[in-house]
Design a protein around this ligand. Sequence first.
Ligand SMILES: Nc1nc2c(ncn2[C@@H]2O[C@H](COP(=O)(O)OP(=O)(O)O)[C@@H](O)[C@H]2O)c(=O)[nH]1
Ligand SMILES: [Mg+2]
Length: 239
Amino acid sequence: MERAQRLSARVTQEGGRYERSQSREPRGRSRLVSIVGPFQSGKTSLLEGILARGGAVARQGSVREGTTVGDSSSEGRSHAMSVEPNVASIDYFGDRLTFFDSPGSIEFIHDMRYALPVCDAGVVVCEADPRKVPALQVILRELEDLGLPRILFLNKIDQANGGLRETLEMLQPASRTPAAAAPDSGLGGWRRHRIVDLALERAFVYREAAPSSVIEMRQAYSRKKSRARYLMLEKLADL
Ligand SMILES: Nc1nc2c(ncn2[C@@H]2O[C@H](COP(=O)(O)OP(=O)(O)O)[C@@H](O)[C@H]2O)c(=O)[nH]1
Ligand SMILES: [Mg+2]
């Protein structure tokens, strides 16, 4: 209970800072996020998507066409794979988010190891492919051992056969902690979604291939949100 209250005070303080800075100017905090995952899972492509949606590049590049911001060395381009880390930033609601996309090939795992201890979080790009689960496990262990907050980003859903539940079950052995799906993250489910960020107490609308916009939280919804936020913090405090 006490831990939940302390946690609540901390996220409220952080949330206040967000609310005061909803512009895209970089005047909030800096966060370093590592993009990791098995070889060829789509890390550099994800970085490209983030840069395009975050307004850092006008047009999203493609690994196949050799037009990405990352992998721009001649060696990277000729192999169509990362041979060194790619680092790039976007400004997101007043915070500067810097992404560190490390090569997934096992020969380059040291690049990931050097960076992880100074990262704030990890995005683990994975595929619904059972052959990639052992490699995913190796990478997740590194993050787990450092206690780094992590989210799985399920990529190549255009090639996936099973549903979300089967995919989670298939990926679960790679993670020591239970993997949970973000609500309504089934195909197409996000398209017109309003999302409530319980931790930072703000609501926004997800728009396909465009920056999200912050919206006002309706009064009626606000009470429900307070309850859900309290339950979430209680749960987190028990972990
Ligand atoms: N079908 C499909 N291919 C993808 C997707 N994302 C990336 N790729 C392809 O997968 C290959 C590896 O992508 P890349 O971003 O270099 O992976 P990385 O090694 O993890 O950085 C490239 O040929 C991409 O075009 C996706 O969502 N679907
Ligand atoms: Mg890459």
